[in-house]
Design a protein around this ligand. Structure first.
Ligand SMILES: *Cc1c(COP(=O)(O)O)cnc(C)c1O
Length: 364
């Protein structure tokens, strides 16, 4: 029988490019190795000859890309002897931190904005048993408090200001290059706190160097396209935003922590930032579901929403190979999905063969 190595997570897979020692205890839930799905119907529908792939990060263990960063951040926190982790979150970071804390046997504290987090994310965080602290304030206020309290209490911050988060998340770029054989021409991402665009750029640039010989290898670098929600678009406005608002709660952030890193990614890659309205975001989310069978959360669809605009204007030309990161799973935000489909209510009928037959024939 052929021997196969069991997949045990992204740290093990990319060990030579991550800061872990041979005897480090790895805290993992087998995150990573997410599918890179080529869109089949949307390019035809918009009449563009382009290769669009989506990196579906919603299929990570807790349903978002945050798991890539969290396996590294919690591994390193445990290695350093930490007994507790803390984060501010719009939802997904808290779910991820809570799960990896359980796995490690340490405590997780999460600060979330009262009432502004998707129900599925709250449910996850509750189930994993994290200590939830709801604040009367938004993500940015929570982030400030987390940074302050970490100086006064024995807790490790696991937001993306923790450099190990970025190191874990950069592996998504490695996976894409491994699968496509090269980097794409364009990489589109939703941008909130801007840790992920920072991580992808770090991943692509590091992968262009051989890890053993430190020599350059032939690999192109993508143009990085960062898309924000119009009501929460500090990178587009060029300044921090006081009261960010958007239906895409995962990117409802006015003061991105990775501000300088993200600008660097934009400049070095010759990319850009742009904004999409909530309507455009929700439309892209629905397109992915209804034409491709891919259900991501609203924030995630911002990458496709931005791409569609830049394809329509010709800024991204035909013939391009493009990757969009779909950051989280649509199931997390059932309320928004159901609200979006209010015109397609299920029909209720008698439980009889005749009634079912009629219901089918009526809608064929
Ligand atoms: C965290 C998150 C983002 C934003 O990522 P940043 O690294 O903060 O820019 C986007 N979408 C989803 C679903 C997220 O959970």
């Amino acid at each position: 029988m052929a021997t196969q190595t069991r997949y045990t997570g992204l740290i093990e897979r990319y060990r030579d490019r991550l800061p872990v020692a041979a005897n480090t205890r790895l805290i993992s839930l087998c995150e990573g190795r997410t599918p890179l799905i080529q869109l089949q119907n949307i390019p035809r529908l918009i009449g563009k000859d382009v290769d669009i792939y989506v990196k579906f990060e919603g299929l990570n263990p807790t349903g978002s890309f945050k798991d890539r960063g969290m396996t590294m951040a919690v591994t390193k926190a445990v290695e350093a002897g930490s007994q507790a982790i803390i984060c501010a979150s719009t939802g997904n970071t808290s779910a991820s931190a809570a799960a990896y804390a359980v796995r490690a046997g340490i405590k997780a504290f999460v600060l979330i904005p009262d009432g502004k987090i998707a129900l599925g994310k709250l449910a996850q965080t509750l189930m994993y048993g994290a200590q939830i602290i709801q604040i009367n304030g938004n993500f940015d206020a929570g982030m400030q408090l987390v940074k302050q309290v970490a100086d006064h209490a024995p807790v490790t911050i696991v937001n993306s200001i923790n450099p190990f988060r970025i190191d874990g998340q950069k592996t998504a770029a490695f996976e894409i290059v491994d699968e496509l054989g090269d980097a794409p021409d364009y990489h589109c991402l939703p941008v909130g706190n801007a840790g992920n665009i920072t991580a992808y750029w770090k991943g692509y640039t590091e992968y262009a160097t051989d890890s053993a010989t430190h020599k350059a290898v032939t690999q192109k670098l993508p143009i990085m396209c960062g898309y924000q929600a119009s009501g929460a678009a500090p990178f587009v406005q060029g300044k921090m935003i006081e009261n960010p608002e958007t239906v895409a709660t995962a990117i409802r952030i006015g003061s991105p922590q990775s501000w300088d890193f993200a600008w660097n990614a934009q400049k070095e890659s010759k990319g850009w930032f742009d904004a999409c309205t909530d309507t455009e975001i929700l439309h892209a989310q629905k397109m992915l579901s209804q034409y491709e069978g891919i259900f991501c959360e609203p924030a995630s669809a911002t990458s496709l929403a931005g791409l569609l605009k830049d394809l329509a204007s010709g800024k991204i030309p035909e013939g391009s190979r493009i990757v969009c990161t779909l950051t989280g799973n649509g199931i997390k935000d059932a309320d928004i999905a159901i609200a979006q489909c209010k015109d397609s209510h299920p029909v209720t009928i008698d439980a009889s063969l005749d009634a079912v037959k009629k219901a089918i024939l009526d809608s064929l």
